[in-house]
Design a protein around this ligand. Structure first.
Ligand SMILES: O=c1ccn([C@@H]2O[C@H](COP(=O)(O)O)[C@@H](O)[C@H]2O)c(=O)[nH]1
Length: 231
């Protein structure tokens, strides 16, 4: 069983650079996330290459469309053999229910299905700009409740919301958190951030970490030291 908690966001624009990184790590060290950049460049073959190498892949395409389209898209993700796939919770209950139903036919081979609540790059002001007067924490809670009611496995949120989500929604409802920054790392465009150690302490299940690892001078060493800090 793989108990790696770090999910490295493989946001590279060159396949060779991504694979050079992957060549130096083991599936026991981390899982891998393929997002919109790499999937748009390199498609399903790249995802399958990572799964062939034994990695659990989180396909982070954040589907947000009408229920029928999203249900078919998550099925296509399941066919690729990914470990986890996601949709936007703001697509609504019916969309999420249909997506979950579409995965039933894969039985225990079905990927985990999670929903994005409020992007970790967004602050209270950004929500206000969308006409949302709730704080990020309130908006995350609202969308996470909807996600749980729809039968999904968990949510993408920031680690700042983890403690109250675990308390309200239970320990089995998975929390996947980008916006993780080791002490001293640049926050980049992330606004709701926490360190890896703090995130684990508040109950996060999986830490999504991209640039602090992939853009480091020695990415493997940074990954190793983050893993050591979690024990
Ligand atoms: O709310 C969200 C949802 C997804 N992401 C993705 O996670 C990684 C984070 O990368 P960093 O380099 O560690 O900032 C990236 O692929 C995002 O697309 C997110 O950041 N926030």
């Amino acid at each position: 069983m793989n108990d790696a908690k770090v999910v490295v966001a493989l946001d590279f624009d060159k396949k060779a650079d991504a694979l050079a990184f992957v060549d130096k790590i083991q599936p026991k060290d981390c899982r891998l996330k393929v997002g919109k950049e790499m999937f748009t460049h390199f498609g399903p073959e790249f995802v399958k290459e990572l799964t062939r190498r034994g990695f659990d892949v989180f396909l982070d395409l954040k589907f947000h469309d009408i229920p029928n389209t999203v249900a078919k898209a998550v099925s296509a993700a399941a066919e690729m053999g990914v470990w986890m796939v996601n949709v936007h919770a703001s697509g609504g209950r019916e969309m999420m229910v249909k997506a979950k139903q579409a995965l039933e036919k894969y039985g225990d081979k079905a990927p985990l299905l999670i929903a994005v609540t409020v992007l970790t790059s967004m602050s209270e002001d950004d929500l206000l700009g969308l006409g949302i007067t709730r704080t990020p924490a309130e908006q995350v809670m609202l969308l996470a409740r909807l996600t749980k009611e729809a039968g999904l496995d968990g949510v993408v949120c920031s680690a700042q919301e983890a403690q109250s989500l675990k308390k309200s929604l239970g320990k089995d409802f998975k929390l996947i958190t980008p916006g993780i920054r080791p002490v001293g790392a640049a926050s980049d465009d992330q606004k709701r951030i926490m360190t890896p150690e703090q995130a684990i302490a508040v109950g996060v299940d999986y830490l999504v970490i991209g640039r602090p690892i992939t853009q480091a001078e020695n990415p493997q060493q940074v990954l190793q030291s983050i893993n050591l800090s979690l024990n």
